[in-house]
Design a protein around this ligand. Structure first.
Ligand code: SF4
Ligand code: FE
Length: 481
């Protein structure tokens, strides 16, 4: 089935999540003013699936049941599916101007569809069948899954089993007849409290001594023993203010949370990897490659920022200056380059033994490496075009003030036919995207999400065939052997 955004919201209300923010337990997560915009962004992934003009991108047919499903629950059956995924990311980024959160779960499902199959091939286990049953449940109920990979990691120089605190990586603490008990935490969890399910995966390659940490499983997000602690975002409390103008993006946002698993029970039918440590790295790399492709979302958010930069130039009266025109071209060039990378790794995708299509790893890593840089440059150019007023602008309350509003109307005026409030709103939007709540997703998350820049450089070094390049060079200048 395809849930409507209203059904999605209602489904979240039924969850009994233990969420903390600012030191207090939140009794009504869905209506919390700071969390709500992030729920709105996920709801957009449901809403757009019902629009005929986006049907091709947002929905598809389940290879399991033949039913129409939301693409976010699909297992890629072709490179065309991968290409549509890229387009979906850009579309939603452009419609929300923020992180819409649902891709991590999507990427986890696809990665597990590959790796559970591979483990079974080697060990004759039954993970793939279990996983397919779970997938059918996710598809049938159109669920949002939080894909949880990043452990707190403690001392980075030590392997999981060497950590002074054994909980620095999620691990099994007890094996029972009907399942396992796990403990640990996952950090930076995108959209965690907007999710119905959490899919836990290991975060690094592991060796035999770490086998208790080489586990993957799924939990209902409100399972007993899970606590969510919301991450702060720059300017987050603006969402609690009465006047909405200072928010920049009036409707949408993202969120991240620290997810603590305190002795949580997982039944066997939800366990997808159990101590097969040599597959841990494979799962990490497969998920990471998919998620590096997912960053087509940044091109969508870039569309919003470029639109804002062009508009503020017009409001300021600078739009005809040749250097402004050139900066807008540069922003577009960088933004389309991001889109090209995501499309390229999709187009060059391949079929895995399980039947799932996976992106080209080298190109996905090259694309993500660009993502760690270009949104920063696009933001720099947007701030250059916007001018200093973006950060010295008085508050919306001052704009509306009986006493000083008239001064803001007078001295914050740009082009005479543009209302001051429009200039105000546009500057706040650029502030939101480059310094405020949305900058979490557009900037820092571009840097570290799906692996920090060095992780991609290691993969690039591993994936390129340098010997072949040397052979080509030698042949042309007549060096033998
Ligand atoms: Fe999806 Fe982008 Fe958010 Fe990651 S940052 S979850 S790819 S929207
Ligand atoms: Fe991410």
């Amino acid at each position: 089935m395809l849930m409507t955004p209203e059904q999605y919201e209602e489904s979240l209300r039924k969850l009994n999540l233990k969420v903390y923010m600012f030191g207090e337990k939140i009794s009504n997560v869905v209506d919390d003013p700071i969390i709500r915009p992030s729920m709105n962004a996920v709801a957009k992934t449901y809403e757009m699936a019902h629009r005929p003009e986006h049907e091709d991108i947002m929905t598809t047919t389940s290879h399991l049941t033949g039913q129409k499903i939301n693409r976010f629950t699909h297992i890629h059956q072709s490179t065309d599916d991968l290409l549509r995924k890229t387009k979906m990311g850009r579309l939603l980024g452009a419609h929300t101007g923020c992180c819409f959160q649902r891709c991590v779960g999507f990427d986890s499902l696809n990665a597990l569809s590959i790796v559970t199959y591979d483990i079974d091939q080697k060990y004759g286990t039954e993970y793939y069948r279990r996983f397919m049953k779970y997938l059918a449940y996710v598809q049938e109920n159109d669920l949002t899954c939080d894909g949880a990979m990043t452990d707190p990691k403690g001392d980075r120089s030590l392997a999981p089993h060497q950590q002074p605190d054994p909980d620095m990586y999620v691990h099994v603490v007890e094996e029972k007849k009907d399942g396992i008990v796990v403990r640990g935490a996952k950090a930076h969890q995108t959209g965690a409290v907007n999710s119905h399910e959490i899919i836990i995966m290991p975060t690094i390659s592991m060796r035999e001594p770490d086998k208790d940490y080489a586990i993957s499983f799924a939990l209902p997000s409100d399972a007993e023993g899970i606590t969510y602690i919301m991450g702060r975002q720059s300017c987050d409390t603006r969402k609690t203010e009465k006047l909405v103008l200072d928010r920049g993006n009036l409707f949408f946002g993202g969120h991240e949370a620290l997810v603590v698993l305190d002795n949580v029970f997982v039944p066997w039918d939800r366990v997808f990897m159990y101590k097969e440590y040599e597959f841990s790295g494979r799962l990490v790399e497969t998920f990471a490659s998919y998620h590096r492709q997912s960053y087509a979302c940044k091109a969508g958010v870039g569309d919003v920022l470029i639109g804002a930069a062009q508009t503020i130039a017009e409001y300021n009266g600078t739009q005809k200056a040749s250097h402004i025109k050139d900066k807008i071209i540069e922003m577009n060039h960088l933004n389309e380059t991001l889109f090209c990378g995501s499309l390229a790794c999709a187009a060059e995708g391949h079929k895995e033994p399980s039947g799932t299509y996976c992106v080209n790893t080298l190109l996905a890593n090259v694309s993500k490496q660009n993502v760690t840089r270009f949104p920063f440059e696009i933001s720099r150019l947007a701030q250059d075009i916007a001018g200093g007023l973006m950060v010295t602008l008085p508050s919306a309350a001052d704009l509306k003030s009986k006493d000083v509003g008239k001064y803001i109307e007078k001295y914050c005026k740009g082009q005479s036919d543009v209302p001051v409030e429009h200039r105000f709103r546009m500057l706040r939007l650029i502030e939101n995207l480059t310094l405020g709540t949305a900058a979490v997703g557009y900037l820092t998350e571009s840097m570290h999400g799906a692996g920090s820049p060095q992780a991609q450089r290691i993969m690039i070094a591993r994936q390129v065939n340098i010997a072949e390049k040397q052979r080509l060079a030698k042949r042309l200048c007549g060096i033998e052997g």
